[in-house]
Design a protein around this ligand. Structure first.
Ligand SMILES: Cc1cc2nc3c(=O)[nH]c(=O)nc-3n(C[C@H](O)[C@H](O)[C@H](O)COP(=O)(O)OP(=O)(O)OC[C@H]3O[C@@H](n4cnc5c(N)ncnc54)[C@H](O)[C@@H]3O)c2cc1C
Length: 530
C-alpha cells in the first residue's frame, strides 16, 4: 500500500504495525532493504520524503529539501545528484553496475585509511543476489567479457600495469518506476510518501522510532520495531546530526558522523588522436548484445598501485560526435513520440534525408555488430575515475542556512588529495605509452597533467557520495558496525554508500544494493522487539 502523509495524516500512521521496521528513504538502498524484508514476510514502513516518480511538479518541489551549502571543493552532487522521489537518484542515474575488487576491500599500506572490515567472501553471495535483483548477467567485469564480442579484439594493455575493466548496465534502472506497482499492492510494506524524517527517537540507548514532517512542516512521531536510515550518504549523516541536540550524531561512534566524505573524482587528462578512429572507438564505446550493454574501460592493476603507491582508478575514452544529420533524426523521432513540432522542421528534415547512409550504417553497427552507434568521433579524451584517500576533514556538517522545513542544511566540505592527482597522471602516462607503442594513437597532455590548479579547477565529483557513516569494528573509527548497526545503539541501522569505509573507484550502487540485501537478511533473523 502507498499512502501520502499530506492526505492520510496521523490517523493512518496510528494504524501501522508498531513492530514494523521503519526504513527511511525509498532509493536503491531503502527499496532493497524494504523489499528484502517483504520477501521474508517482515512488516515494513517505508518513509519517503518525495512522492510518485510520475508527479514531476511535486518532485521539483520536494527537491528543494536538498538545498545545502558547499564550503570545500565544488560539489555538484549536493543538489544535482540527489532526487527526492520514490527511487531516489536511480530516477536520474544511468544504471552502470560493477563490483568492488577484492583489492579495494583490502588494507593497502600505501593508502591511509584503506581496508574494509568485511572481506570478499562476506560480500560474494550478496553481490550475486544484487546482480539478480538488477537483472544483470552475473558474468563478471573482467577481460573475459570480450569473449561475448568476438568481432572486436581488445586493446593490448600492458598487463602488469593496466587491465580490462567493464561495467554492465541494468535494463531497468529507474527503481521507483520499476517497483511502484509492487509497493502499491504490497500488504507487508506500507510506503508513506512526502514523509520527511527529521530525527531518530532514542530511549535508553535504543532507537524506538522517528520524527517526521509533512510538506506543511507539521511534525509527528512514528514508533517502530527498528529504524534503518537509507536516505543517501549526505542525508544519513545529516539525520543522525539532527537527532542529536548537540548536532554531532548518535551512538558511540558519533564523533565520526559526517567525516571521511568521499566521491569519485573525475578528471580529463589527455586529448587522444587515434590513427584509426573507428577501430579505437569500437573498443572503448558501449558494446551491445540484445538488450544488454557493456562499457569497456581500463583499470590500474593491483601490482601497479602498490609499485607506484597509487590509489585505485579506472578510465574511459570519451568520444564526442559532431553529427548534425543523426542529431536531426533523433530530434524528429523525439518530436514524433512526444507529438510536438520540432523547432526547425524543414532544416531537420533536410539534414535527416542527407544522413540516410549514416543512419543505415549506425543501425547496422548497433543491431548487427553490437557496436556503439555514431560516426567516428570528432574528438576523444581520456577520463579518469579515481578512488579517494579517506580524509577525516572531508566532511558533512550542519550548516548555518535552513531548508524549507526550517532545519539546518548539510554543509559539504569535499577535499581532494595529492595522491589522487598523482594517480591520475601516472595512470594517464601508462595509457598514453600503450596507445603509442601499439600504434593506435598519439596524445596531447591537457593542463590537468602538469598544473595542480588546473587539475583542481577541472575535477568534478561523480554524484557518488560515500563514507559519511563508515563501517568499522572500533567505534573510534566509524559510525556503524559490520552489521550496519550504529555502534552502541540498539535498533538503529544505516544502509547505503555512507557505510563504505573506502569507496574504491567502482560505480557504487551494486555494492549499495548488495549490502542492503545483506542487511535485510540480518534484520529478518533478529528476534521481534517488545
Ligand atoms: C546522474 C547520475 C548518474 C549516476 N550514474 C550511476 C551509475 O551509472 N552507476 C552507479 O552505481 N551509480 C550511479 N549514480 C549514483 C546512484 O544513483 C546512487 O549511488 C544511488 O542511487 C544511491 O542510492 P541510495 O538509496 O543510497 O540514495 P538515494 O538515491 O539518494 O535515495 C535516498 C532516498 O531517500 C529519500 N530521502 C532523503 N532524505 C530523506 C528524509 N529526510 N526522510 C525520508 N526520505 C528521505 C530521497 O527522497 C530518496 O528517495 C548516479 C547518480 C546520478 C545523479
Amino acid at each position: 500500500m502507498i499512502i501520502d502523509l499530506d492526505t492520510a495524516g496521523q490517523v493512518a500512521l496510528g494504524r501501522l504495525d508498531p513492530q514494523a521496521t521503519l526504513v527511511v528513504g525509498g532509493g536503491a538502498a531503502g527499496l532493497a532493504v524494504a523489499l528484502g524484508l517483504e520477501d521474508r514476510g517482515r512488516p515494513v514502513v517505508l518513509l519517503e520524503s518525495g512522492g510518485d516518480p510520475r508527479d514531476v511538479e511535486a518532485q521539483a518541489a520536494s527537491s528543494k529539501l536538498n538545498v545545502g551549502q558547499v564550503s570545500g571543493a565544488p560539489y555538484r552532487g549536493l543538489e544535482g545528484g540527489r532526487a527526492r522521489v520514490l527511487g531516489g537518484a536511480t530516477q536520474l542515474w544511468h544504471g552502470q553496475c560493477t563490483r568492488l575488487r577484492d583489492s579495494d576491500l583490502a588494507v593497502r599500506p600505501w593508502v591511509p585509511g584503506s581496508g574494509w572490515p568485511l572481506g570478499p567472501s562476506d560480500l560474494e553471495p550478496w553481490y550475486t543476489a544484487a546482480e539478480a535483483w538488477f537483472g544483470l548477467s552475473g558474468r563478471g567485469y573482467d577481460a573475459e567479457r570480450w569473449a561475448e564480442h568476438r568481432s572486436v579484439s581488445p586493446i593490448p594493455w600492458s598487463p602488469d600495469k593496466l587491465q580490462a575493466d567493464f561495467s554492465e548496465y541494468t535494463i531497468t534502472p529507474h527503481l521507483g518506476s520499476k517497483h511502484r506497482r509492487r509497493l502499491t499492492r504490497s500488504s507487508t510494506v506500507t510506503t508513506v510518501q512526502h514523509a520527511t524524517v527529521v530525527g531518530v527517537l532514542v530511549e535508553e540507548q535504543r532507537a524506538v522510532g522517528v520524527r517526521l514532517r509533512d510538506r506543511s512542516g507539521a511534525e509527528v512521531e512514528l514508533r517502530g520495531g527498528r529504524v534503518v536510515l537509507a536516505a543517501g550518504a549526505i542525508e544519513n549523516a545529516r539525520i543522525l546530526m539532527l537527532s542529536d541536540p548537540e548536532g554531532i550524531g548518535l551512538g558511540t561512534g558519533r564523533g565520526v558522523t559526517g567525516r571521511y566524505l568521499q566521491d569519485h573524482p573525475v578528471v580529463e587528462t589527455l586529448e587522444i588522436h587515434p590513427t584509426r578512429r573507428s577501430w579505437l572507438q569500437d573498443r572503448t564505446s558501449h558494446l551491445h548484445r540484445g538488450r544488454r550493454r557493456l562499457y569497456p574501460k581500463v583499470r590500474l592493476s593491483r601490482a601497479a598501485q602498490e609499485g607506484s603507491r597509487l590509489v585505485a582508478a579506472n578510465a574511459v575514452l570519451v568520444h564526442e560526435h559532431d553529427d548534425p544529420g543523426l542529431e536531426a533524426v533523433r530530434r524528429l523521432l523525439g518530436s514524433a513520440v512526444a507529438r510536438t513540432r520540432p523547432e526547425s522542421l524543414r532544416r531537420d528534415v533536410v539534414r535527416a534525408v542527407g544522413s540516410v547512409p549514416a543512419v543505415a550504417r549506425t543501425a547496422y553497427r548497433r543491431w548487427v555488430r553490437g557496436l556503439s552507434a555514431g560516426r567516428p568521433s570528432s574528438s576523444v579524451r581520456l577520463q579518469i575515475w579515481l578512488e579517494q584517500v579517506p580524509d577525516r576533514e572531508s566532511r558533512v556538517t550542519l550548516g548555518a542556512a535552513s531548508d524549507p522545513l526550517g532545519l539546518p542544511v548539510a554543509d559539504v566540505r569535499w577535499r581532494l588529495a595529492d595522491q589522487e592527482i598523482e594517480t591520475s597522471r601516472v595512470f594517464s602516462r601508462w595509457v598514453a605509452d600503450d596507445l603509442r607503442s601499439a600504434g593506435l594513437a598519439e596524445v596531447t597532455e591537457l593542463p590537468a597533467m602538469v598544473d595542480d590548479a588546473a587539475w583542481r579547477a577541472q575535477v568534478v565529483d561523480a554524484y557518488h557520495p560515500a563514507g559519511t557513516t563508515r563501517m568499522s569494528v572500533d567505534p573510534a573509527e566509524g559510525v556503524v558496525d559490520t552489521d550496519s548497526r550504529v555502534h552502541g545503539l540498539d535498533g538503529l541501522f544505516v544502509a547505503g554508500s555512507s557505510v563504505f569505509p573506502i569507496a574504491g573507484y567502482a560505480n557504487p550502487t551494486l555494492t549499495i544494493v548488495a549490502l542492503s540485501l545483506r542487511l535485510a537478511h540480518h534484520l529478518a533473523g533478529l528476534p521481534a522487539r517488545r
